[in-house]
Design a protein around this ligand. Structure first.
Ligand code: SF4
Ligand code: SF4
Length: 134
């Protein structure tokens, strides 16, 4: 199907979320902040081309549920005007995220694995301290 015809058959998927860039996490606490984002309803976090994004799955109030068209089309914000079907991967499912977190549990596991060396290190240190006390 030609891409330009996709919108006619679409329920306005691009108007049902927005994504904001967030700082790239480096420290354990940064990842824990992201875990907190993920504790909230309708929030996911994804990484694309190395950049991290907070994704909020929340429908725009201006999207009509009757015909899935914009109620303020002539006055729609600049960001909507700049988005064309050429930018759209929503319909064809071409998303190519490096990472996509959909729950706080996933992030918890990710943190465990990512920082597992530190955990081992801390355990070792604890043992050393214990030995000194004896
Ligand atoms: S740009 Fe993509 S997601 Fe938006 S209405 Fe068109 S086909 Fe649907
Ligand atoms: S203002 Fe219109 S075009 Fe922009 S997100 Fe809302 S419904 Fe979509």
């Amino acid at each position: 199907m030609a891409k330009k015809n996709l919108c006619n058959k679409c329920i306005g998927l691009c108007c049902r979320y927005f994504a904001l860039p967030i700082e790239t996490p480096t420290e354990r606490d940064d990842y824990d902040d992201i875990r907190w984002y993920l504790c909230h309803k309708n929030v996911t976090v994804f990484v694309e081309d190395g950049d991290w994004y907070l994704n909020i799955n929340n429908k725009c109030k201006k999207l009509s549920e009757k015909d899935h068209r914009c109620d303020i089309y002539d006055k729609r914000p600049k960001i909507c005007r700049g988005y064309t079907v050429d930018d759209c991967d929503s319909v064809e499912g071409e998303y190519d995220y490096e990472l996509h977190f959909t729950s706080d549990k996933q992030m918890e596991e990710y943190i465990k694995v990512k920082f597992s060396n530190n955990i081992t290190e801390k355990k070792k240190n604890k043992k050393k301290k214990k030995k000194r006390k004896e």
